[in-house]
Design a protein around this ligand. Structure first.
Ligand SMILES: C[C@H](O)[C@@H](O)[C@@H](O)[C@H](O)C(=O)O
Ligand SMILES: [Mg+2]
Length: 462
């Protein structure tokens, strides 16, 4: 039973000084401070439940997103939660079609990140109150702009098929969790020594899980079903940042490949650094290190560019992955139509919350493209674990070629942090969207008045 009228929305600018240690750095974002616009919704219901929503940003960007959240707030305030989720498609459209704010989107950029923060909070609150069936889920999706590839009826059929074997898959998740890979070892700003040390630690610390077959390195023979492979060699998955300097990349990739050995899976991430021909040329030179995929090789908006890169790299056994900066379902639709990606990376904050991510999961299923979510940042792992476990249980029903990113930073600031066991996400058991942060962490890291920033800013002045 849904209850309560939204009587307050607060949004705070919370930043973690991760750039000081080079954490999170890549070829384009050299000094990221992992941050969140953190929204809290309160209702007048007696249960006292609150909805917590975040969107991930990098430092300064947060203040702009906070403004956008405030500009959108009037759409939520004084609304009954029942009215919002009772016509969630309509509410989603209201938020994304604000007559004045849409001009600075539409459905992309800062306003869309702000939409995600608010809707993530609505989902958190709603999830604490009740469960959802396929029809209810579909009623949350705005199919506008995607009915040429996916109608509501087709989506319903997919979800209906997803009911078959659902209980078993739930059981599998509870027992083994969802396979994860790590990016924490090889940020671009890390020295070779740090890279070696973190890689050694990750190898020792059980970033391991069972894999099938002798090689996971060519797209055609990737086969990951951790449960049918018991007793077979353990596999380990790593992602390395590339794209700034070819000689550095060759050295770092050689180093990491030598450490992990020829059989383990390596992915590369260029964070949009290259032009299309440059991407093909650069990756041809890194092909000897057998990457499973190259992530964000060029502009996230360049659909045909991604298609050209995919085509050129296919003979080398290298796939293209993208999505962390794909601003809406339309871009994903076209990437799928153009065969421009082999791995689809949803992001729980870039798109318009669960609503829009559902539409992308369903389109990916229709095109039979594996979803391997983008996570990390601050809170993205906490959020996206819900989406990908849902995808396995109710949509894709497969783990083949699928894994979810994991980054080992900042989980200690969450009340319900992710639980990783044997390199897998264990299903969250607490109600809600795992978005609540610890109040003392928020206070300390609030920008610019939190203790951490007061000290850092004072030190900068002196
Ligand atoms: C600035 C960020 O850390 C990015 O480098 C990061 O999201 C990355 O692209 C990833 O795939 O995890
Ligand atoms: Mg990336």
């Amino acid at each position: 039973m849904v209850r309560g009228r939204i009587c307050s929305l607060s949004v705070r600018d919370v930043r973690f000084p991760t750039s000081l240690g080079g954490h999170g750095s890549d070829a384009m974002h050299t000094d990221p401070d992992y941050s969140a616009a953190y929204v809290v919704l309160e209702t007048d219901a007696e249960d006292g439940l609150k909805g917590y929503g975040i969107t991930f940003t990098l430092g300064k960007g947060t203040e702009v997103v906070v403004c956008a959240v405030n500009a959108l707030a009037h759409h939520v305030l004084n609304k009954d939660l029942g009215d919002i989720v009772g016509d969630f498609r309509g509410f989603y459209r209201q938020l994304t079609s604000d007559g004045q704010l849409r001009w600075i989107g539409p459905e992309k950029g800062v306003v869309h990140l702000a939409t995600a923060a608010i809707l993530n909070a609505v989902w958190d609150l709603w999830a604490k109150q009740e469960g959802k069936d396929p029809r209810t889920l579909l009623s949350c999706i705005d199919f506008r702009y995607i009915t040429d590839v996916l109608t509501e009826e087709e989506a319903y059929e997919i979800l209906q098929k997803g009911q078959v074997g659902k209980k078993e898959r739930e059981g599998q998740m509870l027992m083994h969790g969802y396979p994860a890979y790590t990016t924490s070892c090889a940020w671009l700003g890390y020295s070779d020594d740090t890279l070696k040390q973190l890689c050694t630690e990750a190898l020792k610390a059980g970033w391991t899980r069972p894999a099938v077959g002798s090689s996971l390195l060519s797209l055609s023979c990737v086969n990951m079903d951790p449960w049918t492979s018991e007793g077979l060699p353990l596999d380990k998955w790593f992602k390395v940042k590339v794209g700034a300097d070819l000689q550095d990349d060759v050295r770092r990739c050689r180093l990491i490949r030598n450490m992990i050995g020829p059989e383990k899976t390596l992915m590369m991430d260029a964070n949009q650094r290259w032009d299309v021909p440059e991407a093909v040329k650069w990756m041809s030179q890194l092909a000897e290190f057998k990457p499973l995929w190259i992530e964000e090789p060029t502009s996230p908006d360049d659909i045909l560019g991604h298609a050209a890169i995919s085509k050129a790299l296919a003979p080398l056994g290298i796939g293209v992955a993208t999505g962390e900066q794909c601003h809406n379902r339309v871009i994903f639709k076209q990437l799928l139509q153009a065969k421009a990606l082999q791995f689809l990376q949803i992001d729980s904050c870039r798109l318009g919350s669960v609503n829009e991510n559902l539409s992308v999961l369903l389109m990916a299923k229709k095109f039979e493209i594996p979803v391997c979510p983008h996570a990390g940042g601050v809170g993205l792992c906490e959020l996206v674990q819900h989406l990908i476990i849902f995808d396995f249980i109710s949509v894709s029903a497969s783990l083949q070629n699928r894994m979810c990113e994991y980054v080992d930073h900042l989980h200690e600031h969450f009340r319900y942090p992710v639980i990783i066991k044997k390199a897998s996400y264990m299903p969250p058991k607490d109600a809600g969207y795992s978005t609540e942060m610890k109040e003392e962490s928020v206070k300390k890291h609030q920008y610019p008045d939190g203790e951490v920033w007061k000290k850092l800013l004072a030190a900068q002045e002196n």
